[in-house]
Design a protein around this ligand. Structure first.
Ligand code: HPA
Length: 258
């Protein structure tokens, strides 16, 4: 049993993780986003990887997801908690809500998204009916509750390409499709984890209302317009969310020993 935490804009590092995992970061799929830091907590080996790189230099579409997930597999990781900051689309998904999504719609493109495309290799289809592993989702839900925070567990995560945020019309379409939250990184991470037979679930924090969903507080010629998305507000919510994310992560790790 070995747990990996993947952080991003949210949970950019975990200060208590001071060890270094592995000798080399090279993989057959190229270079991962960086090295893993490690800690031993409650007799469990835990490692941490920032998918954007230690200095946040990789945009979501530039991340080598295959190298990242391959590296975790070679470190014998069995369970992955992926931490993501997302925008809220549907009513309950308001800023500072914790969400453990249960479904995905993938709108990203041009990303290396499978290990099953090697030349002349037999085609291998994975089941992806439930893209997130249910046992891990339940642990996350329990950990959020233990941390005295509320948790939403029925949510479809729409994955956009980025790095720009979406237009109002794009978010309206995503809502018609059934998306509740929008982010840029759950795919292909979730599918690659499944291909490598690692359990994977996402801990998401809503850091803004998605485009067009913010309260109408500006007026032009008497017409109410939805507000634009403030990056300062997002940064502020991420800073606030970081401390809570660390608590939730410690609690989720404690649940592996039971
Ligand atoms: N859209 C896409 N990704 C995001 C958003 C958003 O509004 N907020 C945080 N990540």
């Amino acid at each position: 049993m070995k747990v990996a935490i993947i952080g991003g804009s949210l949970l950019g590092s975990i200060p208590d993780f001071t060890g270094i995992a592995g000798q080399s970061t090279q993989t057959p799929y190229g270079e991962p986003s960086g090295i893993c830091t490690t800690a031993r907590i409650n007799n469990i080996d835990v490692c941490y990887l920032n998918r954007h790189g230690a200095s946040h230099r990789l945009a979501p579409h530039q991340i080598n997801y295959r190298a990242n997930m391959f590296m975790l597999k070679t470190l014998d990781v069995t369970d992955i908690v992926a931490v993501t900051a997302v925008g809220g689309i549907t009513g309950k998904m308001s800023p500072m809500r914790w969400v453990v999504p249960d479904q995905i719609i993938d709108y990203s493109y041009g990303r290396e998204q499978t290990y099953n495309d090697a030349d002349k290799a037999a085609v291998n289809h994975i089941d992806f009916t439930y893209p997130f592993e249910d046992g891990l989702r339940k642990k996350l839900e329990q950990a959020i509750t233990m941390s005295n925070m509320a948790c939403l567990t029925q949510a479809t995560y729409g994955v956009t390409q980025g790095p720009r945020l979406e237009t109002i019309a794009e978010i309206k379409r995503m809502q018609r499709d059934g998306c509740d939250i929008v982010g840029m990184t759950a795919m292909p991470e979730a599918a690659l984890a499944r291909e490598l037979e690692m359990n994977y679930a996402t801990l998401s924090l809503v850091v803004n209302w998605a485009a067009g969903k913010g309260s109408a507080d500006s007026t032009v010629g008497g017409d109410q317009l939805p507000e634009i998305i403030s990056m300062d507000e997002i940064r502020r919510r991420i800073a606030e969310g970081n401390e809570k994310a660390e608590i939730i992560i410690k609690n989720v790790i404690s649940l592996f020993n039971q």
